[in-house]
Design a protein around this ligand. Sequence first.
Ligand SMILES: *[C@@H]1O[C@H](CO)[C@@H](O)[C@H](O)[C@H]1NC(C)=O
Length: 490
Amino acid sequence: MLLFHALAIAPLVSSVLGQQIWDIWETARDKSTLFKSLQPAVINFVSPGAAGAADIQVNDGAVYQQMDGFGAALTDSSAKLLSGLKSSNSNAYWELLRKLWDVADGANSAGMPVLRVPIGASDFSALGYSFDDEWNDTSFSRLSADRAPSYLWSTLADIKSIQPGIKLFFLPWSPPAWMKDSNSLNGGRVWADRSDQLAQYLFKSIQAIKNKGFDTYAISIQNEPENSNPTYPTALVAPDVAALVGNALRTLLNNNGFSRVKIIGYDHNWDHAAAYPVTMINNAPNAFAGAAFHCYGGNVGQQEDFHRAHPGKEIYFTECTGEFGSDWWSDIKWNMDNIFIGSVEHWARAAMLWNVALDGKGQQVLPGSSSCGGPGCRAVVTISGSSYTLNQEWYAIAQSNRATNPRDANGPFGQRIGSSVSGGTGWALRVTAFKTTRNNPADWNRYSLVVLNWADNPVQSVRTTIGFRGQQATYTFKTGLTTLWWYAQN
Ligand SMILES: *[C@@H]1O[C@H](CO)[C@@H](O)[C@H](O)[C@H]1NC(C)=O
């Protein structure tokens, strides 16, 4: 770091000298390193020699989506566990909050800059509620964010104290029961003629959340609008109804000082990417910033179906969960291949897993809910009484955010740039590349790679050449996850 500053203030230093790999973070398959900074000798980019067993070409002439980063969801149940940890072991609580949400460059943290938060109960709540359960309260005089448990807001306030700029994605698992044909939060369909009321409900919820001290980055109309489940808050919202809600909500937000709040939609599985979100945005092209996807059906490549139909719209990946009983390394591979590398290759600006914290049995599931049966869902961290464990999901997120979080405090996030892999052992590497600009345009950009070496049968380290602007660096990737970066002239 000190050496770099010396270089940066020496104006005659050539760009080749700047192209040195400075910092390498690794999570090895054999757990010999776990999000560990290797602090190697600086690796120089030099005139290209023969390609390695794998050859990564980084093309910063191709610039793709702006990144928001990688994170998870603060459900009521996550907040309750975190808040219990605060009571029982305040030191562990603050240590864990920093391990999840400290975005400072180089922090030993997953550094999650995005957080998804339900409006009202989800399948991970102690009980069912919305922000306005007063029947037919169409004036929303009884709407209140205090319908949510106080531990949700107190935990969110503590998270914000660690990361004031965190981007919050709010959305309901169900609108108030009185807007639905089931007359229940659980299951049923939103009445089409309630679309204006649903827009009012979402707008007033954002206002109530703002009055609690939290700005909304993005609001989604409805979690999983094609899912009606009678055991937990869910709601069917047809795509044309979502479009009506989106248009009405956009007007309310714009007219009341919330024009920067993004509206996104769909928030459901990959398999219908060509249908629901395309129709929704066809019907309300000016209301929606984009669409969000979940992992529970279809495959990540289907994000391209939506992108082809609406190339100007944003894509977010917003939900997938781990389950207990699976294999640590297999989970790392799957999560990187499909989500933290895969969804980004298919235009996602952000990728979030489901609960940020649950206990060792995947509780608390909403009483009576059929969600997460069997061995239970695993969260990013497991909290057991007064201690916590960082799960495989934490390492996948930490390695990914290291490449895209700002280099400078409050600085710009990374943008995806072009990368390709070739060579005899090229199949072993999954790679994304990013460039991160700086607060001070005179400072050199950071260029970073997230690399999954998934060669595990047999396990093999892969000697790899990395090409960048006609220069070449050489590094041997262990089986596992590696994030590395270099500075180069802008
Ligand atoms: C609520 O409003 C709906 C639609 O106007 C009406 O059909 C229903 O009877 C009302 N319910 C109550 C309890 O007022």
